[in-house]
Ligand binder design. Structure first.
Ligand code: RB5
Length: 152
């Protein structure tokens, strides 16, 4: 498995901790930055990670910012990305099983490092359940192509 990871200054410390955590498990990680606590704008990092996942270059992606929210808004603009902001382990599991989320967004200013690493592990260990959920994912994909016309 190969994972793309990225952050802004608000998520830098958490990104570093997650990267170390994954590499200790021998998971390949491609780090798209940012590489310091200097202030940056989050959208370009969301795009780099989102494109890595959407293109198939990475299997999954993780984005960290202050809240996780800005990253998720930006990443979800990329066709093929299903980014989810998660702050609890139930949602981490559910968003893989039901939404087949392929990018996990975390807020360094929202959750502690211990919970964040547990969320990462839970998310990585859960599997998409398919079935009725696949139809819903397909509708979301149609939305990317046809917009609201999908339901007209
Ligand atoms: C940066 O101050 C902060 O706005 C950013 O990390 C993120 O929380 C945006 O959603």
């Amino acid at each position: 498995m190969k994972l793309a990871i990225g952050c802004d200054h608000g998520g830098f410390q958490l990104k570093e901790a997650i990267k170390q955590h994954l590499e200790a498990k021998n998971i390949e990680v491609e780090d798209f930055g940012t590489y310091s606590k200097d202030s940056v704008n989050f959208p370009s990092y969301a795009v780099k990670v989102g494109q890595a996942v959407a293109s198939g270059n990475s299997d999954l992606g993780i984005l960290c910012c202050g809240t996780g929210i800005g990253m998720s808004i930006a990443a979800n603009k990329i066709n093929g990305v299903r980014a989810a902001v998660v702050s609890d382990t139930f949602s981490a599991q559910a968003t893989r099983e039901h939404n087949n989320s392929n990018v996990l967004c975390l807020g360094e200013r929202v959750i502690g490092e211990g919970l964040a690493l547990l969320i990462v592990d839970t998310w990585l260990n859960a599997n998409f359940q398919g079935g009725r959920h696949q139809e819903r994912i397909d509708q979301v994909s149609d939305l990317e192509i046809n917009g609201a016309n999908t339901f007209c």
